[in-house]
Design a protein around this ligand. Structure first.
Ligand code: K2U
Ligand code: ZN
Length: 174
């Protein structure tokens, strides 16, 4: 089912998420809800803290080419185990910071280790948009948002805009 996505500023987006110790059908159902929510947004990634769950779980599908088969991935306890010195710049967005985009520089290639839905350990090198997205999602598990890489003044301006947006959305609901 679709889950509501938290909007910045929200303390739950700044917390260090807890490792997943035992995989359960409940957690598998959360991963499936997160993928449904991500596709609906639409987005190409989503982290559990964004739906208010402080667990180290992310989902992503960065397949952008038309006609290419989607590749929905769910990662439990993902960690970057190696990253390239070479960097890439990408104009990032975030489902928790709607309508805001800014350039972020990150390692161009990352090797990630994670546990999948079957409880199996995986290890894979990601490049391009996949590399950007998986790093953006793992940052969410550490309470880090892409605007944390921007200059303080720009970050404060964005936060003020989000406070205003949340107030307007609350008024619409009332
Ligand atoms: O974590 C999220 O909020 C999901 C982001 C993931 C993302 C952000 C920046 C760069 C790549 C992935 C959403 O998918 S935001 C929508 C989006 C889609 C493609 C490119 C940029 C932003
Ligand atoms: Zn995000």
């Amino acid at each position: 089912m679709l889950r509501p996505i938290l909007i910045h500023p929200d303390p739950r987006l700044k917390k260090l998420a807890d490792p997943v110790t035992d995989l359960s059908d409940d957690l598998r159902a959360v991963a499936s809800d997160m993928l449904e929510t991500m596709y609906d947004a639409p987005g190409i990634g989503l982290a559990a803290p964004q739906i208010g769950l402080s667990k180290r779980l992310i989902v992503l599908d960065c397949v952008k080419a038309e006609g290419e088969a989607p590749r929905p991935l769910a990662m439990f306890n993902p960690e970057v185990i190696a990253s390239s010195d070479e960097t890439s710049v990408y104009e990032e967005g975030c489902l928790s910071i709607p309508e805001i985009y800014a350039e972020v520089t990150r390692p161009a290639e990352v090797e990630v280790r994670w546990m999948d839905l079957d409880g199996k350990e995986n290890q894979e090198v990601f490049t391009g948009l996949w590399a950007t997205c998986v790093q953006h999602e793992i940052d969410h598990l550490d309470g880090k948002l892409f605007i944390d890489y921007l200059k303080p003044l720009k970050r404060q301006m964005i936060t003020r805009k989000m406070v205003k947006l949340k107030r307007e959305r609350a008024r619409e609901k009332a």
